[in-house]
Write a protein that binds this ligand. Structure first.
Ligand SMILES: Cc1ncccc1N[C@@H](C)c1cnc2ccsc2c1
Length: 118
């Protein structure tokens, strides 16, 4: 009958932690990663903390990964996307940092779909 639910096939999450490590290492060494490697300091960018409520950067993600603060791949991807969403919110698309953010988001989306499709 139509109401019989198809059993959800759980995906194998055993390799996810390794995936996050691989992905983060690739983000950190990308040539356009420079604006995102460390937290944006209030001193060097006045008003940043007023506009961006949830700052995030690759060194903070690295710290959380090392301290097992990501329960799963999803929470890791949420933090990576936060880096790019903050960048879009604060920076013009047609700026050095704005373009770097778009490039990094594109690279990340390509790599994690490739790695998950394997
Ligand atoms: C990602 C981001 N969004 C908005 C403002 C700054 C930043 N990045 C910081 C590191 C930063 C801080 N200061 C400078 C000065 C020239 S580029 C640059 C980058």
């Amino acid at each position: 009958p139509v109401f019989v639910k198809r059993a959800k096939t759980a995906r194998d999450n055993n390799r996810d932690l390794g995936l996050c490590r691989v992905l983060l290492a690739e983000l950190e060494r990308h040539q356009d990663a420079w604006p995102f490697l460390t937290p944006v300091s209030q001193k060097s960018v006045p008003g940043y903390r007023k506009v961006i409520k949830k700052p995030m950067d690759f060194s903070t993600i690295r710290e959380k990964l090392v301290n097992s603060q990501y329960q799963n791949l999803e929470t890791f991807i949420i933090d990576v996307n936060l880096v790019y969403d903050n960048c879009e919110k604060f920076n013009e698309d047609n700026s050095e940092i704005g373009r770097a953010g778009h490039n990094m988001r594109k690279f990340f989306e390509k790599r994690w779909t490739e790695l998950l499709k394997q």
